[in-house]
Design a protein around this ligand. Structure first.
Ligand code: PEP
Ligand code: MN
Length: 337
């Protein structure tokens, strides 16, 4: 149920509505917009006496939500959510580019990459310390040592960092270092992990599962938000199809659909979406053209030696070219870089 309040409602009046919602056994989630405040009442709507809520003088309307997702929906929040990560705003006018290696491999590798992506204009540094590898025999990540290197690179460059958390057991340790939790495609429906990051205040970048529908992606975002963490960023990273000319099929169709149905920022990962370094530049431009709020790109100083995802990693010079090439596209759709 969505409760829309009249403009200029005071904090005291908002509390009276949230108390009422709680009395019916539902959980209130407040969204303070520019014009008015909207309260999402999450739980069994049949328990709520709609007329009693409507009778409150500062309540404008009460609407049932027919969609299974509530807090992620545009009905709950009309304005775009802007996720603020140490002053970097994701979901605003400026397109945000996150860049860095697939895996943190060493201090030299990370520092070289971090400095290069910063000079080229990236505003967030990516790097995996806990890696979800298909083979148990492949490099699994540097774990805490990798997190320490990421924190060091943040200090040296000023770039906030994003890194993957694979298990609910690692949320505390990863949360001690990172500015954004990355939930990987393989964990999009790890509901315990989603609930656990939902209990923190750290922004969450949720990657679409390898064969997840739009509805499944939104319901996973709902899991995080229902726990109280509303700083969620959605990421299209390619899905499994019959096409074998690329590693995955980057489903850019989903970008404008998500932007219509939700208020959350949407970013595109053309590195995993294509699996091929030479396709990253054109698909980055396409992602921005269709309305993405940002990109996440793999960059490595020496891709042939990379321990993971070398085929899709850009050399720093190619990343710098990409940053130049996306600028006119961003401007053409009313964005800045
Ligand atoms: C990654 O970002 O390196 C990664 C493993 O991504 P995904 O979860 O999309 O495969
Ligand atoms: Mn990768």
């Amino acid at each position: 149920m969505i409760v829309v309040l009249k403009p200029k409602t005071s904090e005291k009046e908002i509390k009276q509505v949230t108390d009422k919602i709680k009395k019916f056994g539902l959980t209130p989630h407040i969204s303070r917009g520019v014009e008015r405040t909207i309260i999402g009442a999450v739980g069994d709507e049949r328990l709520m006496n709609q007329n009693q809520v409507l009778a409150m003088p500062y309540v404008e309307k009460v609407m049932p939500i027919l969609k299974p997702y509530k807090l992620v929906s545009r009905e709950f929040r009309k304005e775009n959510t802007i996720v603020d990560v140490r002053g970097v705003k994701i979901g605003g006018k400026k397109v945000v580019v996150m860049a860095g290696p697939c895996s943190v491999e060493s201090r030299v590798q990370l520092m070289t990459t971090a400095k290069a992506v910063k000079v080229a204009g990236a505003t967030i540094l990516r790097g995996g310390a806990y890696k979800p590898r298909t083979s148990p025999y492949a490099f699994q990540g540097m774990e805490e040592e990798g997190l320490k290197l990421l924190a060091e690179a943040r200090k040296a460059t000023g770039l906030p960092i994003i890194t993957e958390v694979m298990s609910e057991l690692d949320v505390d340790i990863v949360g001690d270092y990172t500015d954004i939790f990355q939930i990987g495609a393989r964990n999009m429906q790890n509901f315990k992990l989603l609930k656990r990051v939902g209990k923190t205040k750290i922004p969450v970048l949720l990657k679409r599962g390898l064969s997840a529908t739009l509805m499944e992606l939104l319901m996973s975002a709902e899991y995080v938000m229902a726990e109280g963490n509303h700083n969620v960023i959605l990421c299209e990273r390619g899905i499994r199809t019959f096409c074998d000319h690329t590693r995955n099929t980057l489903d850019l169709n989903i970008v404008p659909v998500l932007k219509k149905l939700t208020h959350l920022p949407v970013i595109v990962d053309p590195s995993h979406g294509t699996g091929k370094a030479d396709l990253v530049n054109p698909m980055s431009r396409a992602g921005i053209a269709c309305g993405a709020d940002g990109l996440i790109i793999e960059v490595h100083p020496n891709p042939v030696e990379a321990v993971s995802d070398g085929d899709q990693s850009l050399l720093p010079k190619d990343f710098a070219k990409l940053m130049k090439d996306i600028k006119p596209i961003a401007q053409a759709v009313g964005r800045t870089i």
